[in-house]
Design a protein around this ligand. Structure first.
Ligand SMILES: Cc1cc2nc3c(=O)[nH]c(=O)nc-3n(C[C@H](O)[C@H](O)[C@H](O)COP(=O)(O)O)c2cc1C
Length: 371
């Protein structure tokens, strides 16, 4: 299929701050360049029970606000995840927020059976070659700002596209798990009242050290929060975003704990490591950051496969959102074959905003074209 793909489209500028990029969102999208999904991949897709035109979505991160969201909706993505918001305003970490790293594959300490020599520390790279360390600290505009923006975005987004809002609880000193669960529930309720078609609760952020960032590692606590959120939004699709899971038994516990409450699980957020500069000294004060992009693809694929197996074994029906390093039609196919129901991208879409157009225009392998 011939598609005239523009050479240069607006994209996130990693040299500028989060606030600068928030304020400099693209104003318009050239929708006419988006081809339909080809052949056997066309039509019939569902995202957590909602009907969509393709399995392609944007993960929580690139869509800082409604203008960014509408831009990518016009570039061939059908599920658009609004970057994680909170019940209170929170500033972004200082630059660099996106530090390229040198690394071909990182498995995560926890991927069963894998030895990972790089997992403790990765060298920073001068330029982006597909993988970077992400350091935002889950900033958020105030609820007044994001609730109004989500409402306006839903009004402007074509009806057949899904607007999912990512939320995270904000733990305060001395808070109990119950209070954290209420904070998650409050944010999800606000998101749904503003018009979100689905909500994603982030149970994994490698850049923050408090328990709101690591809920997925404590299945019973995760279940308390997921149940509270489920009751807050009735039957609105609820996705829980998780990080790298250590082993199959831990994965089985998490599936059993979350399965009754969720419509979907999104994985994986990233793989967490420290990063060192050219002088060998640690960046980010020696704290871990989430590695995103190409280098986490194989680990995420294996995790999707593992969770799909566990879901089936436990007789559960939630959707799986594959996320991590997807950048080509072949990557999308591999995620779907591994058991994902949808494939979401952050890094590849930021580096090349036309990535979904290219995936849609890619020739299908014979086995797919013939089905
Ligand atoms: C710039 C950027 C910001 C991100 N912000 C969030 C966030 O706010 N919430 C979240 O759950 N994940 C966030 N992530 C993680 C992505 O959703 C995704 O899980 C991760 O980047 C792996 O996908 P990728 O390899 O396609 O980038 C962010 C990633 C990037 C690159």
């Amino acid at each position: 299929m011939y598609v005239n793909i523009p050479r240069e489209l607006p994209k996130y500028d990693p040299g500028q701050s989060y606030d600068w990029n928030y304020d400099h969102a693209p104003k318009a999208t050239p929708t006419e360049i988006v081809p339909p999904m080809p052949g056997a991949l066309a039509g019939g897709w569902r995202f957590c029970g909602l009907s969509v035109a393709s399995p392609l979505g944007i993960a929580a991160g690139p869509l800082l606000n409604g203008r960014w969201l509408l831009y990518y909706a016009g570039l061939g993505f059908d599920v658009l995840t609004y970057k994680t918001v909170r019940s209170v305003a929170r500033p972004c970490y200082p630059l660099p927020n996106l530090q390229p790293v040198d690394c071909s594959a990182v498995n995560g300490a926890g991927v069963a059976g894998q030895v990972d020599e790089h997992v403790d520390s990765l060298p920073a790279a001068d330029e982006m070659r597909g993988t970077w360390a992400v350091s935002f600290g889950m900033p958020s505009k105030s609820p007044e700002v994001w609730r109004a923006d989500v409402a306006e975005t839903r009004r402007r987004l074509p009806r057949d596209k899904v607007l999912s809002v990512s939320v995270v609880g904000t733990i305060q000193d001395g808070w109990s798990l119950d209070e954290l669960a209420d904070d998650y529930a409050q944010c999800t309720r606000w998101a749904v009242e503003a018009g979100a078609d689905a909500v994603e609760t982030n149970f994994s952020c490698p850049n923050v050290n408090t328990c709101d960032g690591q809920l997925y590692q404590q299945p019973s606590d995760a279940a308390v929060v997921a149940e509270r959120v489920r009751h807050a939004i009735d039957d609105v699709p609820l996705v829980v975003k998780i990080g790298c899971v250590a082993d199959d038994e831990e994965a089985a516990r998490l599936v059993a704990a979350l399965g009754p409450w969720v419509s979907g699980l999104a994985m994986t957020n990233s793989v967490s490591t420290t990063v060192r500069g050219g002088d060998g000294l640690p960046l980010f004060g020696g704290a871990k950051r989430g590695i995103c992009g190409q280098a986490i693809r194989e680990a995420s694929l294996r995790q999707v496969e593992c969770f799909a197996r566990l879901r089936n074994r436990q007789g559960l029906a939630f959707s799986i959102v594959g996320c991590g390093g997807a950048a080509t039609a072949e990557d999308v196919r591999r995620y779907l074959d591994a058991g994902a129901d949808a494939v979401h991208m952050a890094t590849a879409a930021m580096v090349d905003p036309t990535v979904a157009v290219r995936i849609r225009a890619a020739p299908q392998p014979a086995s797919v074209a013939e089905t």
